[in-house]
Design a protein around this ligand. Structure first.
Ligand SMILES: Nc1ncnc2c1ncn2[C@@H]1O[C@H](COP(=O)(O)OP(=O)(O)OP(=O)(O)O)[C@@H](O)[C@H]1O
Ligand SMILES: [Mg+2]
Length: 512
């Protein structure tokens, strides 16, 4: 369920869990992340993974709960755009290491106040952490967290689903991070930082009543400190006022809103959710999201894919299920290192992201892939997507990403999200199309020019024989005539081309 299935996928999942945790922790602490991922072969289908970050570290008294206690995290019930949601990722890795090698994981943590090392395991009978070999390190400058763990049933592979691809894509949507990968062959690959600014901090907001399901309502009811259901609704959710509570009371008279929220039953929660849908609400706050940003996407694409052309589109935030804000950003890269390498050359590739985390698996069921699948590529001057050097980056950010499974590798097929993805990709493709049609007409002009030039000297000498004029003069005039006509179409230098591409982009944006 957590994504530890398949040897390559399991290893990528481990790296994904550690890296997303680092990014969340650094974002919260306002630190520009520096991450090193080291992978060593340690035998038949076994690897040692070491991830070191420069984040805030984890205090000693919390380390067991954080990394060796399933379903315990600091991000529960926080309605905020973050990578982690469930409190399963890190402990899932500890458990996976334990059941495939019988070993504990090793930790080093430096918080500024304390630095220590220890081994960690989980007592699986009662889901309790087991801490061993705890050593306090005096006078250490180490800041951050280092996790070293061995895993069985895993394989390092340089493929679309491998660790390198995962980290490369992470760098694309997180241009503020610096990542180094040391693979089993000892080679070091660095993905340097593309921008030196931290992304805007996402804002924590209260859930909107229209974005809730019965189970969410019950979850919130069980952790609230409010004494009555009525005050619980006002305090826990956005846009609920005493007036709205009065409306709820009128529409659902059987529910006793003065009883404690902990006594809310499943049936009552269902009735409340159905009642919410009958009420007119003010839309949720839309500035709770932290996008990657147009400039940042451009910088990252340039840094990593170095394409011949790119177009980036960010649309306004929208709402799905009536109450959950989300935003879609799209970047298209063409030529250079864009696309994927296939046996027959380049091929189109779709890079999916949710809250800036790359989604490498379960593409078949993902709402993002599904939204793009039906596009008519030919309309955008792309003959065959599967054979074009093109990368389409689609990023969906939301305070609540509707994943279609616990492994969090595909976005559910929510119609509103799919529609936004489709529109954004079409906007970006329209810009590319203008560029490609420019390239196409330049190529045609160049071919014509070369073909005509081939006949000039024969034609001039024939005309010289037939007329009183000198062949050399005729040739000179003909050449200048042809050059005049065609050089305008293809003789531009790179700066001119870039200027033109910018113009095309602005024009297309206006048109869009
Ligand atoms: N590198 C790190 N630096 C600081 N704190 C961390 C780090 N890794 C994990 N944590 C803390 O440990 C907790 C547990 O992490 P875990 O990955 O299990 O859950 P999560 O990230 O909250 O949710 P998810 O299961 O969706 O990943 C986090 O909520 C965070 O507070
Ligand atoms: Mg996590």
């Amino acid at each position: 369920m957590l994504g530890f299935a398949g040897k390559v996928r399991s290893l990528t999942t481990v790296v994904h869990e550690y890296v997303t945790n680092t990014l969340d922790a650094c974002e919260e602490a306002g630190i520009l992340p520096e991450i090193t991922v080291e992978i060593k072969d340690s035998g038949e289908e076994r690897c040692i993974v070491k991830v070191t970050d420069n984040g805030p570290g984890i205090p000693k008294k919390l380390i067991g709960k954080a990394l060796a206690n399933v379903l315990s995290g600091t991000k529960f019930h926080r309605y905020m755009q973050q990578r982690g949601q469930q409190g399963i990722g890190a402990a899932g890795c500890t458990l996976f290491s334990q059941i495939t090698t019988g070993k504990k994981i090793h930790i080093k943590s430096g918080t500024g106040k304390e630095t220590y090392e220890c081994d960690l395991g989980i007592n699986i009978k009662d889901n309790k952490p087991e801490i061993e070999n705890l050593v306090e390190l005096e006078k250490s400058n180490f800041r951050g967290l280092m996790v070293k763990a061995e895993f069985g049933g895993v394989k390092y592979e340089n493929s679309d689903h491998g660790v390198y691809e995962y980290l490369k894509r992470t760098a694309l949507t997180n241009p503020h991070i610096a990542i180094t990968l040391i693979g089993p062959d000892g080679k070091e690959i660095s993905l340097p930082r593309s921008v030196n600014e931290m992304p805007k901090r996402p804002k924590q907001i209260k859930p909107h009543p229209l974005g809730l399901e019965s189970s969410d309502l019950l979850d919130f009811a069980h952790v609230t400190n409010s004494s009555k259901i009525s005050s619980f609704l006002i305090e826990s959710f956005a846009r609920v006022t005493p007036n709205k509570v009065a409306e709820i009371k009128e529409l659902a008279p059987k529910i006793d809103l003065s009883k404690p929220p902990k006594e809310l039953t499943w049936d009552e929660a269902q009735t409340l959710i159905a009642t919410f849908k009958k009420i007119k609400w003010i839309a949720p706050e839309m500035d709770s999201l932290s996008t990657i940003g147009e400039k940042q996407i451009e910088a990252a694409i340039k840094n990593i894919l170095n394409p011949e052309f790119m177009s980036v589109v960010e649309r306004k935030s929208k709402v799905f299920r009536g109450g959950i804000p989300f935003v879609v950003e799209v970047g298209i890269a063409y030529g250079g290192n864009a696309g994927k390498t296939t046996e027959s050359g380049a091929g189109g590739s779709i890079l999916r992201f949710a809250n800036k985390v790359p989604l490498l698996f379960d593409g078949g069921t993902c709402g993002i892939s599904e939204a793009i699948r039906g596009l008519q590529w030919k309309r955008y001057n792309i003959e065959d997507f599967e054979k074009s050097p093109i990368s389409i980056l689609v990023s969906v950010c939301s305070v609540y990403v509707p994943y279609s499974g616990v492994g969090k590798q595909s976005v559910a097929q929510e119609e509103e999200i799919m529609e936004e993805v489709r529109l954004s990709v079409m906007d970006a493709l329209r810009i590319l199309q203008r560029y490609l049609s420019g390239v196409k007409s330049r190529t045609t002009a160049e071919t014509k020019y070369k073909t005509i030039m081939r006949y000039v000297s024969q034609l001039s000498s024939d005309l010289g024989e037939l007329s009183e004029l000198k062949s050399a003069d005729i040739e000179k005039s003909l050449k200048s005539l042809i050059e005049n006509k065609y050089s305008k179409l293809f003789g531009q230098d790179e700066a001119q081309e870039a200027e033109e591409a910018k113009g095309v982009k602005e024009e297309a944006e206006e048109e869009a």
